[in-house]
Structures are given as structure tokens and as C-alpha cells.
Write a protein that binds this ligand. Structure first.
Ligand SMILES: NC(=O)c1ccc[n+]([C@@H]2O[C@H](COP(=O)([O-])OP(=O)(O)OC[C@H]3O[C@@H](n4cnc5c(N)ncnc54)[C@H](O)[C@@H]3O)[C@@H](O)[C@H]2O)c1
Length: 430
């Protein structure tokens, strides 16, 4: 695995007003996609998004209703793009989630699934997903693509926790448990519940990108025959370079159980890039969004963006963000206190193993690391005047906007199939 960091913009992209940004996924407040949309709008590009869809009272996948559509700020192609197979019934009639119904916490390690049934359900769900993607692409072509349209597809899909109550209960302990409530992510990952998660994550977070690349090939060829350009980007995560002891240093959150699926996403993009398709997975920094809030403590490195702004942007920009963050903290706390605590955290021996890019990734949790990360996360959140107005919101916005600028620019002719955006580039573009 080679580490290719994006250090500056190429400034060679030829997107023009009227070109199209297609969000392959649903747009949510606070989500990463907002940054790419902001960057594309600055160029006058048109935006169209997908939707994951919703489940009706009988559990059937449905498009958004008029109320839900009215809440959306951009055009939506209203064909549900939910991926995964957790609630898809197999030939004998039960889904993986059905098979786990009633499993008690005391028995979770003994839970067993009928894998033939699960695999058959998976195949059916994939075929259904591909049909819906084809419908999505048809509507896209007929409504949004003209002879002179350059198109950028952005894959944002990640997720796929099987919706079984027992999985959510166990996962809560894996991601949030410390002390007596600590649960090893490795033990979970090797259990049948963990294996189900692996398969569903792989489908939602990884394989959906392959389906997009494969199924849009005829459209891609048509656009190219018109002399226009098609690119694909996807959001990855594989650790981030942040400033530790004044050095840009790679570090990663553990236990990032979606990481194996993100590695698959990278493989898919690398292969497409090798075949000459403009495709790039951008491994992006940790921020707080609707989807990442389950990974408690994932926001800890985000505070480190402040010193990066001082080093890579300007002292004025640093003063500005410090002033903003200080205004959110209680009167007797200063941002320097937070930054000192982060230095201690990243220099602690327990954290050291999360700073080694060359070791196997993703890494599992251990009880000391979880305790340290959890306590620091809670301590910093408790320093705020109002827990609904957090520094992480300010900092996340800077990150997603900078990433949007970087991704739009780099997408035209990506240098690599996978690249990393660290706090250095985020700060420079802020
Ligand atoms: N938040 C972070 O710290 C972080 C860091 C690096 C990369 N990313 C990546 O950025 C992307 C956007 O995530 P975000 O954190 O902005 O959150 P978000 O909630 O805004 O986006 C999550 C996306 O996943 C889609 N999705 C969820 N479940 C799905 C399913 N079963 N089938 C199909 N689509 C599904 C949603 O429609 C949405 O588009 C994701 O790929 C995520 O892994 C996030």
C-alpha cells in the first residue's frame, strides 16, 4: 500500500458552468458531500443527487415522499439507492435480520446464521440494486445530460450495519464501551454477527462503487463520444496526516470496522484508474457527521486542525478560528488547554500504535486506548457552554469545504486511484 498525499491543487480542471455533479448517495446536513457541492456551485455546475430511499410500514423500500423531497435543497433522482441485503429475505423466506430476532445479549457469541440463505438474499439484493442504478442512470441521461455536459460522479455511500437489535447493542459496546463495558472489536469481528457486518459493509461501502463504474460504462462512452469528460470520485477513510509535535504525522481511528470495505473501495478505484478511467478515492479527514457520530472519539484528531491552520495558512486564520472556538468554550477554559490535552494524547504510548501507517490497517480497539480516547472526547465536549454548539461543527465545515475544492480540482485528471487529503491541504485551502 503506497501513501499518496495530495499536497496542492493541479489547477488544470476544465469544468464549466452547466456541467453536472452527480451525487451517488443522499445529501444530508453536515455531510461531506456539502463541500463538493459548494465547490461545484462556485463553478456554476448543476447538481443532482440520489436518495437512499426510505422503508415503509411493511418494510418495503420506497422513494421519498413529497414532504421529504420538499426538504431537499438540490434536485433528486427519486429512485431509492439503498444497498445491502440485511433485510432481504432468502429463498426460504427469512432475512439475516429475521434470523437474529430475539437473540439475547448473553448469547450473541453463539448466534448462528444460515449462510446459504444469507448468500442467496445477497445475490438477489445486488441484482435489485443494479436494476435501480440502471433506472437512475437512464433518468440522469434523459433529464440532465446534454451534448456539451462534462460529468462528475461522486460516490458517498457508506454504512450497512445490519438492522438487527442485537447487532446495534453489541456494536454500541464495541464503539462506545470502556472499562467494564469494553468489548473487543476483534472478538466481535470474528463472530458470526461480525461476519455479517463485514459482508454488508463490503456491499454498501465498497461494491456499490464498482456497480456505478460498470453500469455507467455505456453512458460514459456516449459522453466521451460527444468530446466531453467523465470523472468519478469516492470518499474513503484510511487515517489522516495531522500535526503532532509540529510534524505532519499519519494517524488513524480505531476500531474503524468499515475500514476493510474502504480498502476494497480503494482497490476498485485503483483498478479503474489503471484502466484509464478518471477515478479517485479521496481518503478524507475525520469529521462529525450523521454517519460518523457512532464512532465516538473519531473527532479527537479534528481539533488538531487548529495548529495546522497556524502552520499552513496564516496566524490571522489561526486567530480567527481560535476566537470562534473559544467563544464556544466555557469561560474558564481556553483552547490552549484543549490543544495541550491533544498533545498528551498523541504522545501517549497507548496511542502510538495508531500512528504507524506501515502496520496492518484497520486496527482493532484495545481497552486502554478506548478508555483514553473516550475520556478525552467526553472531557472536551464537557468544556463547551452548549453541547449542541460544538467546535467540531466549525472545524468539520472547514474540512468538508476544503476537501470539496481539492476533490473537484483533482478529479479532472487524478494522479492516483487513491489519494489522501491531510490537515496541511485542508488548512491551505481554508
Ligand atoms: N465523517 C467522517 O469522518 C468521514 C471521514 C472520511 C470519509 N468519510 C466518508 O464520507 C462519505 C459521506 O459520509 P458522511 O460522514 O459525510 O455522512 P453522511 O451521512 O452525510 O453520508 C452517508 C452516505 O451513505 C449513504 N448510505 C448510508 N447507508 C446506505 C445504504 N445502506 N445504501 C446506500 N447508501 C447508503 C447515504 O445515503 C449518504 O449518502 C462516506 O463514504 C464516509 O465513509 C467520512
Amino acid at each position: 500500500m503506497s501513501f499518496n498525499a495530495l499536497r496542492e491543487l493541479q489547477n488544470n480542471n476544465k469544468y464549466k458552468a452547466g456541467d453536472l455533479l452527480v451525487i451517488f448517495g443522499e445529501l444530508f446536513d453536515r455531510g461531506y458531500t456539502n463541500g463538493l457541492i459548494n465547490a461545484a456551485k462556485k463553478k456554476g455546475m448543476k447538481i443532482v443527487t440520489g436518495t437512499v430511499g426510505r422503508r415503509d410500514e411493511n418494510g418495503l423500500l420506497r422513494p421519498l415522499n413529497s414532504e421529504e423531497l420538499a426538504e431537499k435543497s438540490e434536485d433528486v433522482i427519486n429512485i431509492p439507492l439503498e444497498a445491502g441485503f440485511d433485510i432481504e429475505p432468502g429463498p426460504k423466506g427469512s432475512s439475516a435480520v429475521d434470523m437474529l430476532a430475539g437473540t439475547k445479549m448473553s448469547q450473541w457469541q453463539e448466534a448462528r446464521l444460515d449462510w446459504d440463505e444469507v448468500n442467496a438474499a445477497q445475490n438477489k439484493a445486488v441484482e435489485n440494486f443494479k436494476k435501480r442504478v440502471n433506472d437512475f442512470l437512464q433518468e440522469l441521461e434523459s433529464k440532465y445530460i446534454n451534448e456539451d455536459t462534462n460529468v462528475l460522479f461522486a460516490h458517498t455511500m457508506a454504512g450497512g450495519f445490519p438492522r438487527a437489535k442485537i447487532i446495534m447493542t453489541v456494536a454500541n459496546r464495541v464503539f462506545k464501551g470502556s472499562g467494564d463495558r469494553f468489548l473487543s472489536s476483534e472478538v466481535f469481528w470474528n463472530s458470526e454477527l461480525g461476519q455479517l457486518c463485514q459482508k454488508n459493509f463490503q456491499e454498501v461501502t465498497g461494491e456499490t462503487y464498482k456497480h456505478l463504474l460498470d453500469l455507467s460504462k455505456p453512458l460514459r462512452n456516449k459522453i466521451k463520444e460527444n468530446g466531453q469528460h467523465v470523472s468519478y470520485v469516492a470518499y474513503g477513510y484510511h487515517g489522516t496526516e495531522i500535526l503532532i509535535n509540529d510534524q505532519l504525522t499519519w494517524q488513524s481511528y480505531a476500531p474503524y470496522l468499515q475500514g476493510w470495505a474502504k480498502v476494497r473501495l480503494e482497490e476498485i478505484s485503483n483498478q479503474a484508474h489503471d484502466e484509464g478511467i478518471s477515478s479517485c478515492v479521496f481518503n478524507a479527514p475525520e469529521i462529525l457527521t450523521n454517519s460518523s457520530s457512532i464512532f465516538l472519539g473519531v473527532e479527537v484528531p479534528l481539533y488538531k486542525l487548529m495548529p495546522a491552520i497556524a502552520m499552513f495558512k496564516s496566524s490571522e486564520a489561526y486567530d480567527k478560528i481560535c476566537k470562534k472556538c473559544n467563544s464556544l468554550l466555557k469561560d474558564d477554559v481556553d483552547i490552549e488547554v484543549v490543544l495541550n490535552k491533544l498533545n498528551d494524547y498523541f504522545n501517549n504510548n497507548t496511542t502510538k500504535r495508531l500512528l504507524d501507517f506501515s502496520s496492518a490497517w484497520p486496527q482493532h480497539n484495545d481497552s486502554n486506548q478506548m478508555k483514553l480516547m473516550r475520556e478525552l472526547s467526553t472531557e472536551i465536549i464537557d468544556m463547551h457552554k452548549d453541547k449542541k454548539q460544538l467546535m467540531t461543527a466549525e472545524l468539520s465545515q472547514i474540512v468538508y469545504n476544503s476537501c470539496g475544492l481539492a476533490m473537484l480540482d483533482e478529479s479532472w485528471e487524478p494522479q492516483h486511484g487513491t489519494t489522501w487529503i491531510g490537515h496541511d491541504l485542508v488548512a491551505k485551502l481554508s
